[in-house]
Design a protein around this ligand. Structure first.
Ligand SMILES: [Ca+2]
Length: 518
């Protein structure tokens, strides 16, 4: 359905429920009559002209009309997900950074809601992204490890997200959305697994991590930059990626301003190796890492500016978050959380998250109820007028009440599971987090940690996981241990298969993504 038709529908809906907006009464009476004319065949241009005349009579701006249309659920909102790579909990101003200047992300927070217990389903790239795309735990869709049992997919991997999975992009495209993936994919670099085969009309970006080109000293292909299914540059000029991603996103938004759109913008930065354009090099107080973050912040500002210029502010939900925690390097911050990327400490999987949708999501508010990237798929599906897939298990839950600051209809999940690769390592229920006792605690790219004992933390009182209270609360330990067993049965654990896992995709003869021959 076109945006304009949505507007008609929305106004019609509003006119039937005029008591919802008593201060807009005049507009609503006009709208009731107006719909009769639309039904009699007034075309879109005619309607907009007429609406303008109506609005001149009411004193309401086009902006107000759009807000009204969006507010009553008739219009489909646009979605923009800005997904950083390895940005830590304490790396932006609105989450406590005193080093990196992030005025645009901070503005998102001031004009939207800050979510302080927002999780990803894995501490590394591939499984985290698989969860965002499918609304499922990585083990559910067998994207918890790569084909060789390692943490993430490497170039020319035979493995990828199964094309039979229904992604957030496919759901939204089914609702009439224009869809773009601009940035790092990392869910399979074979043609069968690319974003263009997973619901995205348009793809521009690198198919895996920016450290996986020839600079890593292997015989891998030069880091490919792709447009749709073609490599257009190799090696990609990484200094310009953040800027070009912003330009691509803005171009796509402008080209689709008259219909609902979904822009998924998974940045290459601030994943190692850090790159910035000349305008940002050496400008932050936090080295190249801070420079990269400040350029991302600039790009957030550019996108917000474009939305405002196009009059799309009130009908666009913008999400800013990260795929996993920051590394444990100088200048990176997961404060006040413990641990880092590739761990099941909070610092590996709890992310800075802000969401802004003027008029819908409360402004300047902080919510600490646990939520996660898996929740975006069902939530966006409902907001777009659709539904999450009904033929398979989806682990995400509809968090509209949380977004909109409503108490009713909100029941937090019983348990959130922290998997590292294929291993269940911790479970959170309410304010309690139990690190399970493990003989061999797996770590990607490192030897397992031996003899990790059971540890219980009260995350409300002890966000930094410093005070193990397992001895004082055997009943809580028992309850969370039972929840962990439910996950093992359902999703599996190391070599034990789960009852409800689905296969990943696989190809017999993977090929490298390289420039086409001249
Ligand atoms: Ca990452």
């Amino acid at each position: 359905m076109e945006h304009e038709s949505d507007l008609f529908m929305s106004l019609r809906g509003v006119s039937r429920r005029s008591n919802l907006h008593p201060h807009d009464g005049r507009l609503l009476r006009f709208a009731r009559n107006d719909m009769v004319m639309v039904k009699r065949g007034m075309d879109r241009r005619g309607f907009l002209g007429y609406a303008g005349a109506v609005l001149a009579g009411t004193g309401l701006s086009g902006r107000a009309l759009r807000a009204l249309a969006g507010a009553e659920g008739g219009a489909k909102p646009n979605f923009v997900i800005i997904f950083c790579d390895d940005l830590g909990y304490g790396d932006v101003g609105c989450f406590g950074s005193t080093k990196n200047r992030t005025p645009n992300v901070d503005r998102l927070a001031a004009e939207g809601t800050r979510f302080t217990s927002f999780y990803v389903a894995s501490g590394v790239c591939t499984p985290s992204r698989a969860s965002l795309m499918t609304g499922c735990y990585p083990r559910r869709v067998n994207m918890d490890v790569d084909a060789a049992g390692l943490g993430v997919l490497l170039p020319v991997s035979p493995k990828g997200l199964n094309p039979s999975e229904i992604t957030i992009a496919e759901i939204l495209r089914g609702q009439g959305y224009a869809t773009a993936c601009i940035g790092k994919w990392h869910l399979g670099d074979q043609l069968e697994f690319l974003p263009t085969r997973q619901g995205f009309d348009y793809y521009f970006g690198i198919p895996y991590s920016n450290d996986m080109g020839t600079q890593s000293g292997t015989n891998r292909p030069p880091l490919p930059l792709m447009r749709n299914e073609e490599v257009i540059e190799a090696p990609a000029d990484q200094d310009t990626l953040t800027r070009r991603y912003a330009e691509e996103a803005i171009r796509f938004i402008g080209a689709n301003k008259h219909r609902p759109f979904f822009v998924y913008l998974p940045h290459a930065m601030p994943h190692l190796p850090w790159h910035v354009s000349d305008a940002f090099r050496g400008k932050s107080a936090n080295g190249l890492y801070g420079d990269a973050i400040e350029e991302i912040d600039w790009s957030v500002g550019r996108i917000l500016g474009a939305l405002q210029e196009l009059g799309l502010d009130e009908r666009t939900l913008v999400v800013f978050t990260s795929d996993n925690g920051a590394m444990g390097l100088e200048g990176c911050s997961n404060r006040p959380l413990r641990g880092q990327k590739a761990s099941t400490w909070e610092g590996g999987m709890r992310e800075p998250c802000v969401m802004r949708w003027p008029g819908k999501i409360p402004a300047g508010v902080t919510r600490d109820e646990p939520a996660c990237t898996m929740d975006l798929l069902p939530t966006f599906a409902y907001l777009a007028g659709g539904k999450p897939p009904g033929d398979r298990i989806i682990d995400g839950q509809d968090i509209r009440p949380l977004l909109f600051g409503r108490k009713e209809g909100w029941a937090p999940r019983e348990a959130f599971y922290y998997y590292q690769m294929d291993q269940l390592q911790a479970v959170r229920s309410g304010k309690w987090k139990l690190h399970l006792p493990l003989k061999q605690k797996k770590r990607p790219w490192a030897e397992p940690e031996p003899d990790s004992p059971a540890q219980l933390y009260d995350l409300q009182a002890d966000i930094g996981e410093t005070n193990n209270v397992a001895d004082r609360h055997p009943d809580i330990v028992e309850r969370l241990t039972a929840l962990a067993e439910k996950a093992r049965e359902d999703l599996g654990d190391v070599d034990r298969p789960g009852k409800n896992q689905r296969p990943a995709g696989s190809v017999p003869h993977p090929s490298p993504r390289i420039l086409p021959p001249k």
